[in-house]
Design a binder for this molecule. Structure first.
Ligand SMILES: [Zn+2]
Length: 233
């Protein structure tokens, strides 16, 4: 009986190891795809996914070409600044907002952060993305907010990002970039790219003056329709 139980536990453990390896690989693939889409600038982008009471996150300062699944860092969700784990493996300097988002938002399992150009251009002006196009609703509401500036890697940045992400799956960060969330990595990546597309469209439309916007009622209608169909991916 003990032997059977041990074999069962070993099988469960083997499955967990396989699943963790697959998720680590998905994070590496997501970073490569960000590169391919042109939304990653150097080593600025970072990615995380929920795993085992914690998160798997891209390491600090590793170019995407050198990224392997072994270099992805795991940290517990209750990690503190002085955790000794940090001495051996350095997670992305933005681990605080990844940790805080995954702690606070149980509807989210993946976080993608970029400095994609058009969205960042708006964020430099401290401007979010208004309802110029119905696809803004893909981020969960009638706008994509811009969080006020705080220095990268700080708890203040994480707190401000979390506030800007209230009832949303994406936000901009003033003088910095974009955060996109999803129930999985593919959805978070899709939304990060969609935010960049929406920012480009808005900036282009602004060339003819401040564009007309969809009304709250029109956006509510889109949000309802997305609930039925889900926005296209
Ligand atoms: Zn950043």
């Amino acid at each position: 009986m003990n032997g059977e139980r041990r074999a069962g536990e070993a099988a469960v453990r083997a499955r967990e190891v396989r699943e963790e390896a697959a998720l680590r690989q998905q994070i590496v693939d997501t970073v490569c795809e960000m590169e391919h889409l042109g939304i990653n600038q150097g080593t600025s982008g970072n990615v995380s996914a929920r795993w085992c009471e914690g998160l798997l996150i891209t390491p600090s300062g590793v170019p995407s070409a050198d990224l392997t699944r072994e270099r992805i860092v795991w940290m517990p969700l209750d990690v503190r600044d002085d955790n000794p784990l940090f001495e051996a493996q350095r997670p992305s300097s933005e681990w605080r907002f990844h940790r805080d988002i995954l702690s606070a938002r149980l509807d989210v399992n993946a976080v993608v952060h970029t400095h994609s150009s058009a969205a960042t251009a708006l964020a430099i002006h401290g401007r979010g993305i208004p309802a110029h196009h119905y696809m803004v609703a893909a981020a969960g509401g009638n706008s994509i907010r811009c969080a006020p500036y705080a220095i990268f890697g700080s708890q203040a940045l994480s707190d401000r990002a979390l506030e800007a992400l209230r009832h949303r799956f994406a936000c901009l960060l003033a003088h910095h970039g974009v955060i996109a969330l999803g129930p999985d990595l593919s959805r978070a990546l899709w939304l990060a790219n969609e935010v960049e597309v929406l920012a480009k469209q808005y900036l282009l439309a602004c060339q003819l003056g401040e564009p007309p916007l969809l009304t709250d009622a029109q956006m509510s209608e889109v949000i309802e329709k997305f609930k039925g169909y889900g926005p296209r991916k």
